[in-house]
Design a protein around this ligand. Structure first.
Ligand code: HPA
Ligand code: ZN
Length: 333
């Protein structure tokens, strides 16, 4: 669906399509334990978050040079633009690269080369948000924040997030890192309530001071928390196809998106790891429209929310322009 939208929950490493993975593997002399792209696609059957993460980290081994990261981001921007994405706040996982000997600068400069052309070539404005791996130590996260210092600011890293295996790694583990990030003027988000309990969402708000919750699906188990999220207008970056593939919900028709919107939550729809979960941002919109019978006004509400929730405070004119595009959009069919 080409309805104009912002994508606020997208892991750039999760946009690595099998074809590009094999191309980069050949170029970099990395052996992949799959015969071809079909066999690799066959491996895209997940039981839960961890089973996905295992493959996600394994395939990253093919990403080695600035050009690799540039091509990855270029390919994402082209696909996103074709599905109506006008603004993307892109996550990346520096620790997953640094631990393989690929430096922060290689990742950020490589991605940055593509993002710098994002608007001119694809009509997509961008921001970068670096995520800490919550199953790594707080010390490692702090070192990663230090390593990012040369790359902070407009056009590069504007915020921090928290991802990877959630259960057993509560937000409070990263209190000091988030305090340091806030002192550096960085925006704060965190994955919470994907597989973890509603209490992790509360902690992300109270202890880490996050401005948006990534996923946040399980807030629905805690009415008091829902009331708080509604009152404070805390945006949730939902990823419906991801939720089905990682079995957070059984089938899309049972996704709580409608109940969440009815409750007054500021929901957005995003793709998470589109190469793995069966679709990009527009595909996620199409899928929920179909499975949940969303009206045009509901779809427009989701798109509007995405721009309201975007970190565009430094460019309100742009936000207003995008919001006007949402209102002017004419649905086909
Ligand atoms: N959840 C947690 N960590 C992740 C995800 C996700 O959906 N995608 C990439 N890393
Ligand atoms: Zn995610």
């Amino acid at each position: 669906m080409s309805l104009p939208k912002a994508e606020l929950h997208l892991h750039i490493e999760g946009t690595l399509e099998p074809e590009l993975a094999f191309e980069l593997a050949a170029r970099n002399g990395v052996a992949l334990p799959y015969a071809d792209t079909d066999e690799l696609r066959e491996a895209y059957r997940f039981e839960d978050l961890q089973s996905f993460l295992n493959l996600y980290y394994e395939l990253m081994a093919v990403l080695r040079t600035e050009s690799d990261f540039e091509e990855l981001a270029d390919a994402y921007l082209a696909r996103a633009a074709a599905q109506g994405v006008r603004h993307a706040e892109i996550f990346f996982d520096p620790q997953a690269h640094i631990s393989r000997g690929v430096e922060m600068g290689t990742v950020v400069e490589g991605l940055g080369r593509a993002l710098d052309r994002g608007e001119a070539v694809h009509g997509v404005s961008t921001r970068l948000i670096m995520c800490f791996l919550r199953d790594e130590s707080a010390e490692s996260a702090m070192e990663t924040l230090e390593a990012a210092k040369p790359y902070l600011g407009a056009g590069r890293i504007v915020g921090v997030g928290l991802d990877s295996a959630e259960v057993g790694h509560p937000p409070r583990k990263f209190r000091e890192v988030y305090e340091a990030a806030a002192a550096m003027g960085l925006r704060r988000v965190a994955h919470a309530g994907e597989e973890g309990p509603p209490a992790y969402i509360v902690e992300a708000l109270d202890v880490l001071g996050v401005e948006r919750i990534d996923h946040g699906l399980r807030c629905m188990e805690d009415p008091e928390l829902v009331a708080r999220l509604v009152r404070d207008r805390v945006p949730l970056t939902l990823c419906p196809l991801s939720n089905v593939r990682l079995r957070a919900v059984d089938v899309l028709a049972e996704h709580p998106l409608v109940a969440m919107l009815d409750a007054g939550l500021v929901c957005t729809v995003n793709s998470d790891d589109p190469a793995y979960f069966g679709g990009y941002a527009g595909d996620n919109f199409d899928a929920v429209r179909e499975a949940l019978g969303l009206s045009r006004e509901r779809l427009r509400e989701l798109a509007r929310n995405s721009f309201v929730a975007a970190f565009l405070d430094d460019d309100e004119e742009r936000r207003a322009r995008y919001l006007a595009e949402v209102e002017a959009y004419e649905f086909g069919g």
